[in-house]
Design a protein around this ligand. Structure first.
Ligand code: PEP
Ligand code: MN
Length: 260
C-alpha cells in the first residue's frame, strides 16, 4: 500500500478566538490536510470538557478561512450537528471527525460511522482503544465497517496504550508499532500515528516521532498550541508551531484526497 502522508496538527482543544485565529494562520501556511480543533474532550477526571456546541462557530471560521477542520465526536448527534453546520457554511470544505480512544461502545462507533457514511467530504478517523488488545482493536474497525461506510472515508490512528506497571521508557501511552502495522495490513486502510498522546511530553513527542519513522505510517496527528503553557488540556505535550516545523522537517507531504 502506498504511503499517504496525511498531516494533521492543531490544538488539543478549542479554547478561544485568539487561539483559533493564530492556529488557522499557522495551519494555512503549512498546508495541512486538516487542523485539529476538538470541541468535546473526554476527560479522565472532571475538568474542562471543551466548548461543545458553543465552539461550532470556530469550526465554521476555520472552514471559511480555508482550512479543513478536524474534531473528535463522542456521539452520533455531535457528528450530525458538526456536519450540518460546517458543510452548509462552506460546501467546499473537507471535514475530519474522529472516534477517540475512550469511546468504546460499539453502538456509538457504528452510529457515528453511519452518520458520516455517504458524505464524501467527510472522513472518519478511528483511534485504538486504551488497553493493548489486538482483538479489540480489530473489533472496533469491524464495528465501524459494519455501517457500510466507504473505506475511502476511513483513517486509522495509533495513539499508544495505557501502560500497565512496567513502563521503562516513560511514554504516556507506549505504542505497539508492530500491532499497528498488522492492523493496517489486515484492513488495508491508512494508519497514522499520534505522537502527542503516545509521548505525553514535548521531549517524548520528538523522540517517539523519530522511532515511528521506521514504520510504514501514513501520516501524523500532532497537538500544537500557540502558547502551550496556557493550554487548558494536555499542556505538557503540545508543541509550538516552531517546534512542529522542526519535527516534520524530514516529513515529505504528498497531495492526497484527504483534505488539501
Ligand atoms: C485526542 O486526540 O484529543 C484525544 C483525546 O486522544 P485519545 O482519544 O487518543 O486519548
Ligand atoms: Mn490531547
Amino acid at each position: 500500500m502506498k504511503r499517504k502522508n496525511i498531516l494533521i496538527a492543531g490544538p488539543c482543544a478549542v479554547e478561544s478566538q485568539t487561539q483559533i485565529k493564530t492556529s488557522i494562520e499557522n495551519a494555512k501556511i503549512r498546508s495541512l490536510n486538516f487542523m485539529r480543533m476538538s470541541l468535546w474532550k473526554p476527560r479522565t477526571r472532571p475538568g474542562f470538557e471543551g466548548l461543545g456546541e458553543k465552539g461550532i462557530k470556530y469550526l465554521i471560521q476555520g472552514a471559511l478561512s480555508g482550512i479543513n477542520p478536524a474534531t473528535e465526536v463522542l456521539l452520533p448527534s455531535q457528528a450530525e450537528l458538526v456536519m450540518e453546520s460546517v458543510l452548509i457554511a462552506n460546501p467546499q470544505t473537507k471535514l475530519l471527525l474522529w472516534i477517540g480512544a475512550r469511546n468504546q461502545n460499539h453502538h456509538i462507533q457504528r452510529d457515528i460511522a453511519k452518520a458520516v457514511k455517504g458524505e464524501s467530504r467527510v472522513f472518519l478517523m478511528v483511534k485504538n482503544q486504551p488497553w493493548p488488545s489486538e482483538d479489540h482493536w480489530e473489533g472496533i474497525v469491524e464495528h465501524v465497517l459494519s455501517s457500510r461506510i466507504s473505506e475511502k472515508q476511513i483513517i486509522l490512528c495509533h495513539r499508544g496504550f495505557i501502560p500497565n506497571g512496567n513502563n521503562p521508557k516513560g511514554f504516556r501511552n507506549p505504542p505497539d508499532f508492530g500491532m499497528a502495522m498488522r492492523i493496517k495490513e489486515k484492513f488495508m486502510l491508512p494508519m497514522i500515528f499520534d505522537p502527542s498522546h503516545t509521548g505525553g511530553s514535548v521531549e517524548n513527542v520528538i523522540k517517539i516521532t523519530k522511532e515511528a519513522e521506521k514504520y510504514n505510517f501514513d501520516g501524523l496527528i500532532v497537538e500544537v498550541h500557540h502558547n502551550p503553557k496556557s493550554a487548558l488540556t494536555d499542556a505538557k505535550q503540545q508543541l509550538t508551531w516552531k517546534s512542529f516545523d522542526k519535527l516534520i522537517q524530514s516529513y515529505s507531504k504528498e497531495v492526497t484526497h484527504y483534505g488539501n
